[in-house]
Design a protein around this ligand. Structure first.
Ligand code: OGA
Ligand code: MN
Length: 297
């Protein structure tokens, strides 16, 4: 037992100390850490000052990495790392993505095969703000009134990444040409349907699988009925602090989370020249599914 696990929140966050992942970790630690991650889908490894390649290699121990789409913001030393940052170069250009995660979402639920987990390394935190908020969607679903569960279980929702198709979000003024970008992606990207209640492939537990950021409708239901139903589901999701956790970052925190059973959001609240810089990897997942009888774990 080489590392120690301490609960940070009953909403599924834990801190791991005593692990040095710079050169990867052994099979035994990895298998124990996987078990911990099933119980606690938000893990924070403290004091990990990793190079981009060290982070990419450790990420790969969890599964194949996704290819980064936004090549302008990949790390020059290792293209598997995406930079999230509000830093600017002397010519005014952005070093990384400035508005990543500004509304509640589960990463890449607008893709046919959403990513399994996301790993962020806090390279530099701002003086104030920059927290990341999480909602445990297992717990939100378990606490949902049975009548509301019955209206969504077995149904699919429509997900899309274009902000211009979604009345629940707004476009950040910090990102140049964002409206044009989202307008053109309305047609270029096709909507994807996802089960509204999802069975976790590893734990067999059911969780709510919608988000204000990417869910724009319900498959086979008119908006006149679908939008109020989505509003009701979101109201429930935000109705309690019991299944919420806010991560306050320290430099060197390596946090990873399970996108199958969480929503998350960047809290913002900092302004250039107070800079925040995160290095991000995403581990590929499979198609989301719903099974009415959860698999035994
Ligand atoms: C992400 C994300 C939130 C943050 O990387 O997917 O949503 O606080 N990040 O940076
Ligand atoms: Mn995200």
């Amino acid at each position: 037992m080489s590392f120690t696990v301490k609960q940070l929140s009953p909403a599924g966050a834990s801190e791991v100390t005593g692990l040095d992942v710079r050169n990867g970790i052994g099979d035994e630690d990895m298998s124990r850490l996987r078990d911990v991650f099933r119980q606690s889908p938000i893990l924070c490894l403290r004091d990990q000052h990793l190079s981009p390649t060290q982070q990419a290699n450790f990420s790969r121990q969890w599964g194949p990495l996704e290819k980064q789409g936004k090549s302008d913001y990949c790390h020059p030393d290792d293209a598997d790392i995406l930079i999230l940052s509000n830093e600017r170069r002397a010519d005014g250009s952005q070093v990384g993505i400035v508005d990543a995660g500004d509304f509640w979402h589960s990463d890449s639920s607008h893709m046919e095969e959403p990513c399994q987990m996301t790993m962020l390394l806090a390279v530099k935190n701002p003086e104030k703000g920059g927290d990341t908020h999480f909602i445990n969607m297992y717990q939100a679903y378990e606490a949902m009134p049975e009548a509301l569960k019955a209206r969504i279980v077995g149904r699919s929702a429509v997900h899309h990444s274009s902000k211009t198709l979604n009345p629940r979000v707004t476009i950040s003024a910090e990102r140049a040409n964002a409206t044009e970008y989202y307008k053109s992606s309305e047609k270029m990207k096709k909507p994807v349907v996802q089960p509204m209640v999802r069975t976790h492939p590893a734990t067999g537990r059911q969780s709510l699988y919608v988000s204000p950021r990417f869910t724009i409708g319900i498959d086979g239901m008119d908006d006149a009925e679908a939008q109020p139903l989505l509003d009701e589901v979101f109201r429930h999701m935000f109705s309690s602090q019991a299944w919420r956790y806010t991560h306050k970052w320290k430099d060197g925190d390596l946090v990873f989370w399970d996108n199958a059973c969480l929503n998350h959001m960047a809290g913002g609240g900092y302004e250039y020249p107070d800079t925040r810089r995160m290095h991000r990897t995403t581990i590929a997942g499979g198609k989301a599914f719903y099974e009415s009888k959860p698999a035994k774990t």
